[in-house]
Design a protein around this ligand. Sequence first.
Ligand code: PMP
Length: 479
Amino acid sequence: MTVTDAAAVPVQGEPDERGSATARAAHEGILRRQSARESAARTYARALPIVPVRARGLTIEGADGRRYLDCLSGAGTLALGHNHPVVLEAIRKVLDSGAPLHVLDLATPVKDAFTTELFRTLPAGFADRARVQFCGPAGTDAVEAALKLVRLATGRSGVLAFTGAYHGMTAGALEVSGGATDVRVTRLPYPQDYRCPFGVGKERGAELAATWTESLLDDAKSGVPLPAAMILEPVQGEGGVHPAPDAWLRRMRQITEARSIPLIVDEVQTGVGRTGRFWAVEHSGVEPDVMVLSKAIGGSLPLAVIVYREDLDVWQPGAHAGTFRGNQLAMAAGAATLAHVRENGLAERAATLGARMMDRLRALAAEFPCIGDVRGRGLMMGIELVDPEAAPEAEPGTESRRAPASDHERAGPHPAAPGLAAAVQRECLRRGLIVELGGRHAGVVRLLPPLTISDEQTNAVLDRLADAVAAVARGPVRP
Ligand code: PMP
């Protein structure tokens, strides 16, 4: 049996009305065994107690027979949704061809085709002088590889990274993620309008953030030695959906270029059309020195690479090795995904659809005071839940005796409401909609639908979300 397309999926009823008794018992047994046997570190499984058994496009079907619209998309991995026909066909073709599935880092026709397609999509000037390294299955592996490469290439060890950043869970990637306190990493303010660290937001906030970055690098007594790199996300995803202003990104490029600091752009989540351009750096025209890529490039299977300026390629043979760098199925699925997004203008579609969805989310925010902010770029969107009853938080700098410089300063955002965000996620799930949570205080409900989502499906997603927000706003929320 295949899962039908999600547009036809009815809104779900209450849990006890769903599925047959046997299916529900099987579903509950699997969940019970999971919680008894798996690590306490499991994450998504806690907020989303579902047991996917079939999936197609936007739709997932659980073992209990329930269907869900999936706006988590494997944490932004599924550019084409689940089991897209071109992806399945590419995988089957490799399987049926008798090609070896494990090849270490040997050359194969499948890898050759993937690399050709990848270079075809990269910003032209960058691709002309780039090298690719297949570094391992996950995004965090690519971050490690990038950091190791620039440290060797520059002979320096420090790295500039940003507040709210998320780059992965291995040691080096954790160092550069927000919340870490490694001495080799200098933390710089990432521009954000809603909770601007300077209390001003918008262009002025981004300008101050850039000035701070520049002054740290140029002040001989700042305590920040010339670093090996700057690493940033063009849109912070896990940090709560903060798109970097294009002008700020260009300024980061100028600042790093002028001081021979390699700029690493982490496009693990923003890549492959998600933000409305094939790569998010294209919005600003910035050409990075290193791009870190994973998630969607594997077409739902694990694949990660770094692509970098060829003069940074100082590695000796074997300097960065690993057993699992040749996933043929992922390369085939990835090449098919990249080509499908490119040939069908899905980045442009993400831009148009994202703008429309954002309009509706803003209308929702106008209706419900518990939505403090709506942010996004393309099909990477977030709504920040706040406690509208609590007094707005004084922002840094606003307690001073001077008069507030803007309305933003005067009002200030209400405190984040992670409890409400979790309640919205739960109410969404009850209505058959899967959404992600993120942000500094897990107060942001995130939407990462596949780029293939139809207009009708978009409306279904937004209707369910609006309904869930209304239920939570009406409160009291159910646990
Ligand atoms: N960088 C960014 C920007 C990410 O969003 C993520 C994952 N959410 C990673 C790196 C790490 O990727 P992975 O989970 O595959 O290690």
